[in-house]
Design a binder for this molecule. Structure first.
Ligand code: ZN
Length: 502
């Protein structure tokens, strides 16, 4: 009986998910609480657990249960949730099965060494020492693509891990449209010569008071603190062990309060997605996120469309002013709004504004695609990087540390990850456009600090479905059409034309 078989499969994947949750908890502890000397023992513990998770997962089909269900799926004998469960478990199983253990080990050892070399190379701003490690990683990632198999480009096989169903060609087309809009639009903004003095919002912000304000915002967003936590780490992140235990972190800058606010809103957006997954289905794909791009759309819609909007600050700015009279007491909301939305090409991706952020992503996508397709020499990378930064952003890269070496991703073998950030922006604009249609008073609610209606809408339209839809299927289901870059470019055009008087 198929239903009984699905139940059996669910029991097996649930056990694996519990093991994976234990791993995640260790990962969280590593970044939040672990003392420095703990790292050696910790990495042995996590590596053992990771092996156990992998072995358990490979045993899932030992008696042919999954293969039988896959046959039923292919024959069209499964529908709805059952079909989604089998489709997704099979997808992961199929990929993992194709990668021999020796290969996985070699990749893990290489990236672990490469990460340390990258840290040193970045500090010393010397691409040369990292170069042989990146060459090795690219070679292994190409091998991974060959082992897994692909259609047009080996890049497809790598992108597929992070953004299932998306390929290099489609990504190139979509990001190309975004680039064709953003490069000339940035030029117009520069020519407008509007001066915005961002130093006016710098000050001396005690961390305890910042924490209180961030918690206030997160609670207004309906982040459930009885099913989650907020802590501090060097790099902000969101992690979940279960939909009812979802944790976020942020980092505080004494001088710049907007840093922690932006990252808290972003991570809380991710966390609302995780908390909104149906916990009764924990351990099955029905309680998992769809793709990194969709995940990112949930953080970006809160961080940007909401958290950088005039409406949002109509409610929160008086609160900010009363908690931090210095420097906000005498600064008008309009000016504050322009400052937090200032467009200025910069060298560092994570510090860039809403518009130029995408250009950072596009140049990385173009480079890594060529890297994997074998169309460039790794030794030429710094020059290629610097030229693209000049072409797209109009600025000179003074050194490798602020150029090619700034991101951790490649040293960890994450090639194909970058595009999901911009895809997230594109999805977020299309979803938000739809939310505005279906919630006619959305702006009015946001300006009164009522953020729950949007969270409810996102929950009902996106979160509760888990992985029942593919990313493109979800976009169609929610908005009635395929992913369309126009929603995002229009959003950018309207917002920044108004700020810069274009
Ligand atoms: Zn994110």
């Amino acid at each position: 009986m198929t239903l009984v078989d699905i139940e059996k499969l669910n029991i097996r994947t649930k056990e694996i998910s519990h093991l994976a949750s234990a791993l995640s908890l260790l990962e969280w502890d590593t970044q939040v609480y672990m003392p420095e000397k703990g790292s050696g023992g910790r990495s042995e513990t996590t590596s053992l657990l990771r092996t156990l998770v992998h072995q358990r997962f490979m045993e899932i089909d030992a008696d042919g249960l999954l293969s039988e269900l896959k046959k039923k799926l292919d024959n069209g004998d499964l529908g709805g949730k059952e079909a989604a469960i089998v489709r997704e478990v099979w997808r992961d199983f199929e990929r993992e099965r194709k990668l021999p253990e020796a290969f996985v080990k070699e990749l893990a050892q290489t990236t672990s060494r490469a990460h340390k070399v990258w840290e040193k190379a970045r500090k010393e701003s010397d691409f040369g020492t990292f170069q042989p490690y990146l060459e090795k990683i690219v070679e292994l990632k190409r091998k991974e693509a060959d082992l897994v198999g692909y259609g047009d480009s080996p890049y497809d096989a790598l992108l597929d891990v992070f953004e299932p169903g998306m390929d290099a060609k489609e990504t190139g087309r979509i990001l190309g449209e975004l680039k064709d809009f953003a490069v000339p639009f940035l030029e117009k903004i520069k020519q407008a010569e509007v001066s915005i003095d961002e130093k006016k919002i710098l000050g001396d912000f005690p961390i305890e008071k910042q924490k209180e304000f961030n918690e206030f915002i997160a609670q207004k967003m309906s982040f459930d603190l009885e099913a989650g936590r907020m802590d501090v780490s060097t790099h902000p992140f969101t992690i979940n062990f279960h939909p009812q235990d979802v944790r976020i972190t942020t980092r505080y800058s004494i001088e710049d309060i907007m840093y922690s606010i932006g990252s808290t809103i972003h991570e809380a957006g991710h966390a609302l997605y995780e908390q909104g997954l149906p916990h009764e289905h924990f351990g099955t794909p029905l309680a998992e996120y769809i793709s990194l791009g969709i995940h990112e759309s949930q953080s970006r819609v809160w961080e940007n469309q909401i958290g950088k909007s005039k409406e949002f600050w109509q409610y929160f700015y008086p609160e900010l002013q009363s908690r931090f009279p210095n420097p906000f007491k005498d600064l008008e909301l309009d000016e504050f709004y322009r400052i937090i939305n200032k467009v200025e090409p910069s060298l560092i991706r994570v510090e860039s504004d809403e518009l130029t952020y995408n250009l950072h992503i596009i140049l990385r996508f173009e480079i890594e695609k060529q890297m994997i397709e074998g169309d460039l020499k790794i030794s030429d990378l710094p020059d290629i990087w610097n030229q693209k930064v000049k072409d797209y952003l109009g600025i000179d890269v003074p050194n490798d540390r602020e150029g090619i070496l700034q991101d951790v991703h490649w040293s960890g073998g994450s090639i194909g990850y970058f595009p999901t950030y911009s895809l997230g922006n594109l999805y977020s604009a299309q979803f938000y456009n739809q939310a505005q249609k279906e919630l006619p008073d959305l702006s009015g609610e946001v300006s009164k600090g009522e953020l729950a209606p949007l969270r409810e809408w996102l929950r009902e339209k996106i979160h509760i479905h888990g992985k029942q839809f593919t990313a493109s299927g979800l976009v169609k289901e929610v908005t009635g059409e395929e992913l369309n870059p126009n929603y995002y470019t229009q959003y950018l055009q309207e917002k920044f034309s108004s700020i810069y008087g274009l």
